[in-house]
Ligand binder design. Structure first.
Ligand code: NAD
Length: 242
């Protein structure tokens, strides 16, 4: 199936490896032009080359999604290079494990900054460009913890549920505008990435980041215009919550 995104410009954050990279590669395979960011310059350049080898135009920018100025800087650089912005995949690294009863204020603030506010800022910054084009796809990579909190990941559980509630509200506002812009959450269950290795999740059945990226690409496609405000869980059936 042709996703109908040839020539569209997609910004994918935190994309030098794992699920962000899988998403950027899937969008590139369908003809999108890609802007990606990561904190580490060397890893970023490697990924940039791999995406260029797929035949896509690509721009890599060093940026930390914990930095409140990063979203606007990325969007500005995207529009400067490509003259438009059609797709945003908002991703960032997950917070460290933490017990709910021992959280301190600074740890909560840091998780909210990276896993909630960075996405809100990206959406806010992207909207004027998408409205100008009369079309847009906003997709936040979240976690299956929004439907079933994960024991020991209190920071992730807390910040991501806030993002889910915000995104649902914002998606309804976008629908009311009738602007052709959608906003969805794609929520990974366990996938074979560095993050999962660090959390010691080697015993469970893992998804493939490339397949996850193809789900993201479909949600960002021309065909998914009526999918809005959805929480799409990609977990191989691991979550039992209804
Ligand atoms: P990963 O650690 O394998 O890769 C994350 C990528 O983001 C890396 O390229 C890293 O350099 C970059 N990054 C991290 N923090 C960043 C920041 N502040 N600014 C810019 N770049 C940053 O992680 P992943 O497994 O691909 O996970 C992506 C997201 O999905 C994370 O938020 C993670 O918590 C969440 N998630 C992952 C799984 C899983 O099983 N892999 C499950 C549920 C949720």
């Amino acid at each position: 199936m042709d996703l109908g995104i040839r020539g569209k410009v997609a910004l994918v954050t935190a994309a030098s490896r794992g699920l962000g990279r899988g998403s950027a590669e899937a969008l590139a395979e369908d003809g999108a032009r890609i802007v990606l960011c990561a904190r580490n310059e060397e890893a970023l350049r490697d990924t940039e080359q791999a995406i260029a080898a797929l035949g896509a135009e690509v721009l890599g920018i060093v940026a930390d999604m914990a930095d409140p100025t990063a979203p606007d800087r990325l969007i500005e650089a995207t529009v400067e290079r490509f003259g438009r912005l059609d797709i945003v995949v908002a991703n960032a690294g997950g917070p460290p494990p933490a017990s709910a009863l021992e959280l301190d204020d600074d740890a909560i603030r840091a998780a909210v900054e990276v896993n909630l506010l960075s996405a809100v800022r990206l959406v806010r910054g992207a909207l004027p460009h998408m409205r100008a084009g009369g079309w847009g796809r906003l997709c936040c990579i979240s976690s299956y913890s929004v439907v079933q909190p994960i024991p020991g990941l209190a920071l992730s559980n807390t910040a991501r549920s806030g993002l889910r509630a915000w995104a649902k509200t914002a998606a309804a506002d976008l629908a009311a505008e009738g602007s052709g812009i959608t906003l969805n959450l794609v929520c990974p269950g366990p996938h074979a990435t560095e993050r999962m290795r660090q959390l010691g999740g080697s015993g469970v059945t893992m998804g493939d980041p490339a397949d996850f990226g193809r789900v993201v690409a479909f949600i960002c496609s021309a065909h998914a215009g009526f999918v809005n405000g959805a929480t799409i869980v990609v977990d191989g059936g691991a979550t039992l919550a209804l």
